[in-house]
Design a protein around this ligand. Sequence first.
Ligand SMILES: [Zn+2]
Length: 422
Amino acid sequence: MKKKSKRLTKKILFILLFTVFIVCVAGFIYSYVSYNYYSPGDGEIKADPTELKYFQNSYKECRKEFILSANEIKNIFKNVEIFNIQVESEIDTDLTIDFCYIPAQKEKSKLLIISSGVHGVEGFVGSAVQQMFITEFLKEKYLNDIGILLIHGMNPYGFKYLRRVTENNVDLNRNCDIDKNLFSIKNSGYIELHKMINPKGKVNTGSLGNRLFYIAMIKKLVSVSTKAFRQAILQGQYEFPKGIFFGGNDFEPQIYVIKSALQEISENYHTIFHIDLHTGYGERGKLHLFSVKTEDSKSQSIVESLFSGYTIDWGNTDDFYTVTGDFSHFIGKLSPDALFLSMPFEYGTMNSHTTMGAIKSLQNMIVETQGFYYGYASIEDEIKVKKKFIEMFYPSSGAWRSEVIKKTRKLMDVVMQRYKDL
Ligand SMILES: [Zn+2]
């Protein structure tokens, strides 16, 4: 009798262990497949061909279309200025930041600056939004007392060569300030993660390390909070020139050369409102209003009123982060006497608010940087890495692109009217 019950217990234990084993294997396969074949879709949204006319597929085409649309309004409004500033480069003599400035036509009181391509490869979407804005929003009712400055392709190298960073691997949105103290900022959280997020050697996308990257990251997330982890990586760093989110050891050439043009235009206005266009972060298909709370309560409450009714993702909430050396605050610092308002637009692509999406986005950036410095194990690896990288910042989906234009138009209809009435 005793023997029988012992056997029964053994059997139950075996079944239990076997079930646990099966559940673990199934869980592993599920996570492995969902991570390695990760591809957020657009659901029911359909592409709208009328919106797609604003999108092009090379830096040169985007620049050409931007200048063409700018030239079309030259005859409609007074004193429109279209000019460019060349960006110094060791490999290319045809890298320019292009500007279109339409001064307020009656009383110069408020300026709106819309900039694109601070992160080079994000310039495609930024350019499309700027082209739409020129075509659809430059109307007399706004321009009587609002001046408009459009800055196209702040990082033309990254735009042309499909990188997020500049020629010196600098994240331009971590490189802007009016004094060089920026470069002595220490990011201790990043130092701890450096080896893990900046691997050396040729990229082999099929390696176990790459395929199981998410497990290593999840293990790390168990010991550090997601917020602290996100903040440490994304904030920016000034110590590892070949690392991701490197903010430089000096200002990039365009930061030096753009200053006087910006100051000259801005000095005529008492209020400056800057919209910087970005892609890649956040929920796919959503236009995130991604701002940082400032100590200037007046400007913050005006920003809140301009976007009233819309969700603002303040940098200090759980899914978002703050950065050092961003372009928008630099513009504000250049005009200390003006009331400065800032609202970066971020068009989500990878669902990076989810753990899988965030890890995938991070890995896309890691292997792209690693490939740039150390090369690839095969041509297939290179194609795969670059394709995923571009897809993250400039999705090929017509539905996604159509949504960008539709959502921006809808929002700007409201915001332009409110800014005019301010
Ligand atoms: Zn960006």
